[in-house]
Design a protein around this ligand. Structure first.
Ligand SMILES: NC(=O)c1ccc[n+]([C@@H]2O[C@H](COP(=O)([O-])OP(=O)(O)OC[C@H]3O[C@@H](n4cnc5c(N)ncnc54)[C@H](OP(=O)(O)O)[C@@H]3O)[C@@H](O)[C@H]2O)c1
Length: 282
C-alpha cells in the first residue's frame, strides 16, 4: 500500500506519518513547507510539496497512491474536502481516512463544516473512514500565556465538560483505519477516558506545575472579544463561541470506549499529557 498523508507538519498528521514509518512503510507527505517536513522526518518519507487549496497539486500527489489521510481545517473544510473527494475518485483511490470531529453528531459550529465535508466524501463513492475525535488535549496549550502571566484560565464553558483526547490516540486510530479494511464505511467517534470541566482541568494543570490556578468563567461576549484577537475570521470566531456554549450547555460531554475497542488499550489520560507538557505552563 502507498499512503499520502496531509497535515503531516501538524499535530495528528505528523504522528500518523511517524506511526506508518515505524510499521516499515515509506509514506508520501503532502506539505507546503519541505524543510519543515525534512526536519521532522529526515529521509524516512517522500516529500511532495503542494497546497490543499490547489486541486492540481493534490491530483498530482495522488498518482500511485492507495490510501489518503485527509486533514482540512477552518471554514474551507467543505470546499477542500469536496476537492479532495473529486481528486480521490479520479485517482482511483482504494480508501480515504478523513480527520473529522465528534461534533458532526451535533451539527454545530466546526462540526457542521466537517459534516458537509463528510457528505462530499460519501457522495464520491471512494471507500472512507471518518475519525471523529472529541476536543484535543493539545488545545489546552492555548491557556499557557494567561497561566504563565496571571495564573488564570478564562473560558465561557461554565461547568460544562469535555472528554479531551490525546493526539497519540487519534493518530493510532487513524493508522488502524488506514492499514486494515475493518473500518471501511464507518464513522469512529473517539474520546478521552473522562469528561472534565474546564475548572477541573485548570486545577489538574495547577497540580502538575505546583501552582494554585484560578478558573474564571466569562460570558460569550467576552470570549468572542478575546478570541477575535487571534482568529483568522469572524466565521471562525463565531464557530468557537458556539462550541464553547454547547460545552456549557452540557451537550458535548460524551465519553465512549471506541479507543479501547479499536486499539485494545485504554485511552491516554490527561495526567500523562500534563506530564509531557507541564513546562509549557511554567
Ligand atoms: N482541536 C480540536 O479540539 C479538534 C477536535 C476535533 C477535530 N479537530 C479537527 O482536527 C483538524 C486539525 O488537526 P491538527 O490539530 O492535527 O492540525 P494542525 O496541528 O493545526 O496542523 C494543520 C496541518 O494542516 C496543514 N495545512 C494547513 N493548510 C494547508 C493547506 N492549504 N495545504 C496543505 N496543508 C495545509 C498545516 O501545514 P503547515 O505546517 O504548512 O501550516 C499542518 O500540517 C481540523 O480538521 C479540526 O477541525 C480538531
Amino acid at each position: 500500500m502507498k499512503y499520502l498523508i496531509t497535515g503531516a507538519t501538524g499535530d495528528v498528521g505528523s504522528k500518523v506519518a511517524e506511526l506508518l514509518v515505524r510499521r516499515g512503510e515509506r509514506p508520501r507527505v503532502f506539505v507546503r513547507d519541505a524543510p519543515k517536513a525534512r526536519s521532522r522526518f529526515g529521509d524516512r518519507v517522500d516529500v511532495f510539496v503542494g497546497d490543499l487549496a490547489s486541486p492540481e497539486s493534490l491530483r498530482t500527489a495522488l498518482e500511485g497512491i492507495d490510501e489518503l489521510f485527509l486533514v482540512n481545517s477552518g471554514p474551507q473544510i467543505p470546499a477542500r474536502d469536496q476537492t479532495a473527494a473529486t481528486a480521490a475518485k479520479t485517482a482511483g483511490l482504494k480508501h480515504l481516512v478523513k480527520l473529522s470531529s465528534i461534533d458532526v453528531q451535533h451539527g454545530l459550529a466546526i462540526g457542521a463544516w466537517h459534516e458537509r465535508g463528510e457528505a462530499a466524501i460519501r457522495a464520491c463513492g471512494v471507500p472512507f473512514t471518518f475519525v471523529q475525535p472529541a476536543g484535543f488535549m493539545s488545545n489546552l496549550l492555548a491557556w499557557a500565556p494567561s497561566i504563565r502571566a496571571e495564573g488564570v484560565v478564562r473560558a465561557s464553558t461554565g461547568g460544562g465538560r469535555r472528554a479531551f483526547i490525546h493526539s497519540d490516540d487519534i493518530a493510532a486510530v487513524a493508522v488502524a483505519a488506514l492499514t486494515s479494511r475493518a473500518y471501511d464505511g464507518e464513522s469512529l467517534p473517539i474520546t478521552g477516558p473522562e469528561a472534565l470541566s474546564f475548572a477541573e482541568v485548570t486545577s489538574k494543570i495547577g497540580a502538575a506545575i505546583g501552582k494554585s490556578l484560578t478558573f474564571e468563567p466569562i460570558s460569550d461576549d467576552e470570549a468572542r472579544q478575546r478570541y477575535s484577537r487571534i482568529s483568522s475570521s469572524a466565521e471562525e470566531t463565531e464557530a468557537h463561541v458556539a462550541l464553547w456554549r454547547a460545552i456549557r450547555e452540557g451537550r458535548l460531554a460524551t465519553v465512549n470506549n471506541n479507543v479501547e475497542r479499536i486499539l485494545g488499550r485504554k485511552p491516554i489520560a490527561l495526567d500523562r499529557w500534563l506530564m509531557e507538557n507541564a513546562p509549557a505552563f511554567q
